[in-house]
Design a binder for this molecule. Structure first.
Ligand code: NAP
Length: 458
């Protein structure tokens, strides 16, 4: 018998659990997928935008895996600093695979970044995705003009949500408070700004193109920005995705300012502008000062010493995620990942028995959801190769009972199904489809968790 804990129930965790039971030659494999949150699916639930229903439907695939008899779910179990130490968890499982993602946003490191009205796009995403840690979030939606820094897919997501009317979001599962706040939004212009050129932008074409199909927003590009990009003039040497992106941008450039007629909101794509400072008035952001950049000839950029200001009362930095250390596990601060070899956690350069990683904490915050599949398979193969040595160790019978004895209050699969049912009921009561519960108390109550304070057993 091999018993494995997977920490994190996002795509990388669920694909790892699936690979473990599918690839195992040992007939008796049992995998518990643990999560800090009471709900499964990680960034599919709390990162994929609410209007991306097709990607969201991936939850059905993840659900089928978590309903496998050999796989269990236990939410509301935190591993690390404030919860269960990795060393303790390893007493209950032959192997533990950490699939904890990259939990923090990166910063720009420029003056004014902490002015009111400036925040990370990931906080904004968490808020409209009903992440319980973001409950009660407040964003400067009274702004007329917003700047989104970065040209990756997160930047595209938040730009799109800002440019959509509330009526377009009402059919989604966006939490009711966020929907109300977005309905009152006064944002009319969203500037999405890249420090390099359109040929080097990180967004994918489908996501970019979608900006041009919003019912009440027009898209504009600046010919002078495009002219700086050698790849724009000759795209022949570029990877296919960048060439397709340029085709989309070219279409917008050709259409000019008036192509889409008058719309309620406009999206302005800007390039070769590096954020230098956020300018404030009375402690609130009022504009972003950018330095004009030019390509340095080897894929990077260099500053030109000329500056441009864009008015903005709301600034969202969408400059990437970063991994955070999990207490008790080694961490490579420069990369924001856990050092590993083929998924085996390395301590002082040597594989640590029974400890593994997969997903963003293994390879950094890049790639689409599907990238997690081969990554999970590689780690699962390492676990299974090590299984004969690992599984000789005797373990307590029921790990979740031990966790309860240690003061944890796991939300198991029936608890999660109760949350889903409560979200459907909430949606019905509001005349909407299922609406997400956005706070810890509401989630735990819906899951039937006893909320009385409980002291851990010694
Ligand atoms: P990302 O793809 O790495 O994009 C980050 C952007 O921020 C880049 O344009 C980068 O420019 C810029 N940037 C970084 N540091 C900066 C700075 N100091 N100043 C100005 N700009 C800076 O990150 P992401 O958008 O957070 O996405 C993370 C991952 O999730 C990606 O793999 C993405 O595809 C995925 N994702 C996918 C979807 C989807 O498929 N719909 C949705 C959301 C996220 P440089 O290139 O110049 O560094």
């Amino acid at each position: 018998m091999l018993r494995v804990a997977v920490v994190g129930s996002g795509p990388s965790g669920v694909y790892t659990a699936q690979a473990l039971v599918q690839q195992s030659l040992v007939p008796d494999v049992r995998v518990d997928v643990l999560d800090r949150l009471p709900c499964p699916y990680g960034l599919v639930r709390y990162g994929v935008a609410p209007d991306h229903e097709k990607i969201k439907s991936l939850q059905n695939t993840l659900r089928a895996v978590l309903e496998d008899d050999r796989i269990g779910f236990a939410g509301n179990v935190e591993v690390g600093a404030t919860g269960l130490a990795p060393e303790r968890l390893l007493r209950l499982y032959h192997a533990v695979v950490y699939c904890v993602g990259a939990a923090k946003d990166r910063r720009m490191g420029i003056p004014g970044e902490d002015l009111r009205g400036s925040c990370s796009a990931t906080d904004f995403v968490s808020w409209y995705s009903a992440h319980p840690d973001a409950a009660g979030g407040a964003f400067a939606l009274g702004a007329r003009s917003a700047v989104v820094v970065g040209v990756g897919n997160v930047a595209v997501d938040v730009t799109r949500i800002l440019a959509r009317g509330a009526a377009e979001l009402r059919p989604t599962d966006v939490p009711h408070d966020a929907l109300g706040a977005l309905a009152g939004s006064r944002v009319r212009e969203v500037h999405m700004v890249g420090r390099r050129g359109p040929s080097q932008a990180k967004f994918t074409t489908k996501e970019l193109r979608e900006l041009g199909s919003l019912p009440d927003a027009s898209v504009h590009v600046e010919p002078a920005d495009l002219a700086l990009d050698p790849g724009y003039a000759d795209a022949s040497g570029l990877p296919a995705v960048n060439r397709r992106n340029l085709d989309v941008v070219r279409g917008w450039a050709a259409a000019g300012e008036d192509a889409t007629g008058v719309r309620a909101r406009s999206i302005r794509l800007r390039f070769f502008l590096r954020p230098a400072e956020l300018l404030g008035e009375d402690g609130r952001v009022a504009a972003v000062r950018f330095e004009r950049t030019v390509p340095d000839g080897s894929g990077g950029l260099r500053g030109t010493g000329t500056y441009e200001e864009i008015e903005a009362q709301l600034v969202l930095r969408a400059v990437g995620y970063r991994g955070v250390p999990l207490e008790g596990l080694p961490f490579d601060a420069a990369r924001g990942t856990v050092p590993h070899r083929a998924g085996r956690v390395l301590r002082d350069g040597r594989p640590s028995a029974g400890e593994y990683v997969a997903g963003w904490i293994k390879r950094g915050p890049t790639g689409v959801i599907g990238t997690n599949r081969p990554c999970a398979k590689e780690t699962a193969a390492s676990v299974l190769e090590d299984a004969p040595a690992l599984s000789a160790r005797p373990l307590p019978d029921e790990p979740l009972d031990v966790l309860r004895d240690w003061g944890q209050r796991p939300v198991e699969w029936p608890g999660w199904l109760s949350i889903e049912a409560a979200e459907c009921a909430l949606g019905r009561s509001l005349g909407r489809r299922s609406v997400k519960i956005a706070d810890w108390e509401g989630l735990l109550r819906a899951a039937g968790v006893d909320m009385a304070p409980q002291l851990p057993a010694a």
